[in-house]
Design a protein around this ligand. Structure first.
Ligand code: PLP
Length: 397
C-alpha cells in the first residue's frame, strides 16, 4: 500500500519510541524506571466501577445517542456549573471516546485544506499530527520558561493571519505544567475579539490537577463562547484513562458538525463507560483535591532533586503531573562511560542505557533542549529515578 502523504507526515510518537527502547532493555533483564507515561497511578474509584457494573446489568450495553447519553451530558453541565461557574446547554456538549477524539472531530469538522492552527510549544505531542491528518497546517508558536511557557498577547497578535482558523491552548499544560491565569486569558481574549475568524480551542483535561487557581477560558471570556471549544474529560482527574470518555463544549453549530463526524466516522463513546463517567462527575469530588495535594508533594520532591543536580534546570510547574526541565547544561559533556551528550534526545537515550531511567526528550513536544518527566509514579520510583539521574549528571565531565 502507498501511505497517504498526510500519514507520512505523522511521526511515531517519541514517547512510544522511548517506551519501546525501555521495553527492549527490560526484556534483557535491565531494571528500568519509566517516568514517561502521563496517566494517574491510582485506581478508578470503586463507586465508578460499581456504576459501570450496574449499567451493564441494566442492559445499557447498546448504542447510545451519538452525542452522549443525556445522563452524562447533564452531569457534565452540572460539573461545569459547579466548578467553572457556567452551565452549557445539553446541545452544546458532545461526548467522545476521550479528549483526543474530541480534538480530532473538531478539526475534521472545521478545517479546509491549508487552514492554519496555532499551536503553542511545548505542546502535547498529538496536536500537530491531528491537525495534519485533518488537512490543516500546524503553526507552532514557541515559548520559553521566561514567559512561563505561555504565549503573550503580542505573540498571538503577530501570529494571526487570514488563514488562521484556530488557536489551540492547553491549561494546565502537558508537558510544561503552565497554567493560564484569569489575567492571561483576559489579555488573549482581547486579541481574539478583533479576529473573529479564529476559533479558540482550550484543552482543560488537567483542570483538577492545578496548584494555582484554575480558570476555564469560557468563564473568563463568556462573550466569545460562540467561538470557543472547551475540551475536557475524566481520564486524568478521575484516573479513567482506559475508559475513554472526553467531551467538547462549544456552540451548537460546531457541536452538530462534530456530531456529523462522530456519527459517520469516529463513532460514539462506550455506553458502560458513559455511565461510569456520569458516576464520577456526580459522586464525591473531595478526592480531586486530595489527589492534587498528593501530586504537588511529589512535584516538589522531584523538582528539588532535579535542580540539585546542577545540570537540570526545572522551571515552576503549576499544574498537570509533569516537570519539563532544561538539560542544555549537559550538552557538549561526556558521561563516565564515554558517551557524549549533544542534545535532549542523546540525554534521554544515554540516561536510559546507562542508568535505566526513561524520560521523553523535549523535541517530542516541539521544544528541544528540555526533557519531560511524569511524576504520576510512586514516591519510591521517583526517589530511585532522582538518585539515578543525579548519578548520571554527576558522572559528566
Ligand atoms: N490532552 C492532553 C493535554 C493530554 O495530555 C492527553 C493525554 O495525555 C489528552 C488530551 C488525551 O486525553 P484522553 O485520554 O481523554 O483522550
Amino acid at each position: 500500500f502507498r501511505r497517504s502523504t498526510r500519514i507520512d507526515a505523522v511521526e511515531l510518537s517519541e514517547i512510544l519510541k522511548i517506551s519501546e527502547l525501555a521495553e527492549a532493555l527490560k526484556r534483557v533483564g535491565r531494571d528500568i524506571i519509566t517516568l514517561g507515561t502521563g496517566e494517574p497511578d491510582f485506581p478508578t474509584p470503586p463507586h465508578v466501577i460499581e456504576a459501570a457494573h450496574q449499567a451493564a446489568r441494566r442492559g445499557e450495553t447498546v448504542y447510545t445517542l451519538t452525542a452522549g447519553t443525556i445522563e452524562l451530558r447533564e452531569a457534565i453541565a452540572d460539573g461545569c456549573q459547579r466548578e467553572n461557574g457556567y452551565r452549557p446547554e445539553i446541545g452544546e456538549i458532545i461526548v467522545s471516546t476521550g479528549a483526543k477524539q474530541v480534538l480530532y472531530n473538531a478539526f475534521a469538522a472545521t478545517l479546509d485544506p491549508g487552514d492554519e492552527v496555532l499551536i503553542v510549544a511545548p505542546y502535547w505531542t498529538s496536536y500537530p499530527d491531528i491537525v495534519t491528518v485533518c488537512g490543516g497546517k500546524p503553526v507552532v508558536l514557541p515559548t520559553t520558561a521566561e514567559t512561563g511557557f505561555r504565549i503573550t498577547p503580542d505573540q498571538l497578535r503577530a501570529a494571526i493571519r487570514p488563514k488562521t482558523r484556530w488557536l489551540l491552548l492547553n491549561s494546565p499544560s502537558n508537558p510544561s505544567g503552565s497554567v493560564y491565569s484569569e489575567t492571561d486569558f483576559a489579555a488573549l481574549a482581547d486579541v481574539l475579539r478583533v479576529a473573529p475568524q479564529v476559533g479558540i480551542m482550550v484543552d482543560e483535561i488537567y483542570q483538577h490537577i492545578s496548584y494555582v487557581p484554575f480558570r476555564s477560558f469560557r468563564a473568563v471570556a463568556p462573550d466569545l463562547a460562540d467561538h470557543t471549544l472547551i475540551v475536557n474529560g475524566v481520564s486524568k482527574s478521575y484516573a479513567m484513562t482506559g475508559w475513554r470518555i472526553g467531551w467538547g463544549i462549544g456552540p451548537k453549530r460546531l457541536a452538530s458538525a462534530m456530531l456529523a463526524v462522530q456519527s459517520q466516522i469516529t463513532s460514539g463513546a462506550s455506553s458502560v463507560s458513559q455511565a461510569a463517567a456520569a458516576a464520577a462527575l456526580n459522586g464525591d469530588q473531595q478526592m480531586l483535591a486530595e489527589r492534587a495535594d498528593d501530586f504537588r508533594e511529589r512535584r516538589d520532591m522531584l523538582a528539588a532533586a532535579l535542580n540539585a543536580t546542577g545540570v537540570l534546570d526545572c522551571p515552576s510547574a503549576d499544574g498537570a503531573f509533569y516537570l519539563f526541565p532544561g538539560c542544555a547544561a549537559a550538552f557538549g559533556r561526556t558521561t563516565a562511560q564515554g558517551r557524549k551528550i549533544d542534545n535532549d534526545a542523546d540525554f534521554c537515550e544515554v540516561l536510559l542505557e546507562e542508568q535505566g531511567v526513561a524520560l521523553v526528550p523535549g523535541r517530542a513536544f516541539g521544544t528541544p533542549g528540555h526533557v519531560r518527566l511524569s511524576y504520576a509514579y510512586s514516591r519510591a520510583s521517583l526517589h530511585e529515578a532522582a538518585t539515578r539521574i543525579a548519578r548520571f549528571c554527576a558522572s559528566m565531565t
